[in-house]
Design a binder for this molecule. Structure first.
Ligand SMILES: [Zn+2]
Length: 141
């Protein structure tokens, strides 16, 4: 009996399946890595000027746009948020893992803006930012 040889899949269908596989994307703001599908990574890159940023940072970037007195572009909001991340990192120094601290700091900023009267009312009905993030992720997937 001849052994059944399994050919290496090199067809368009296999490529398509490959795009459904998860890979690690690194946030260009805070350096957090997230496991995402290639399609999701692509969606974020398109939205944020070719940069991949994590869910929390994208939330913070939206926030920069909302709280800005002038109309700013997504690119400018990313730049603002990136400088915030860098300032935070240099203020705290190089701890073994700065990410949890940065996330806490960002959550505080977001919470503060949610409490402010300028925040959109619809955002107040969202129970948690994590839930909102999940909804958005599902919408983008
Ligand atoms: Zn981030």
């Amino acid at each position: 009996m001849a052994p059944i040889s399994v050919p290496v899949p090199e067809n368009p269908a296999a490529v398509l399946i490959g795009q459904m596989e998860v890979e690690f994307a690194k946030c260009e703001c805070c350096g957090l890595t997230e496991e995402c599908t290639a399609a999701y990574i692509e969606g974020i890159r398109r939205r944020f000027d070719g940069k991949w940023i994590c869910g929390l940072c994208s939330e913070a970037v939206q926030d920069e746009i909302l709280k800005s007195d002038e109309l700013i572009t997504t690119e400018e909001a990313i730049a603002k948020h990136m400088s915030f991340c860098k300032k935070f990192a240099s203020a705290v120094g190089p701890p073994p893992d700065p990410t949890p601290h940065l996330i806490t700091a960002m959550r505080q900023i977001l919470r503060r803006s949610l409490d402010s009267p300028r925040a959109l009312r619809s955002r107040l009905t969202t129970p948690t930012t994590a839930a909102a993030d999940q909804i958005r992720r599902r919408a983008l997937a």
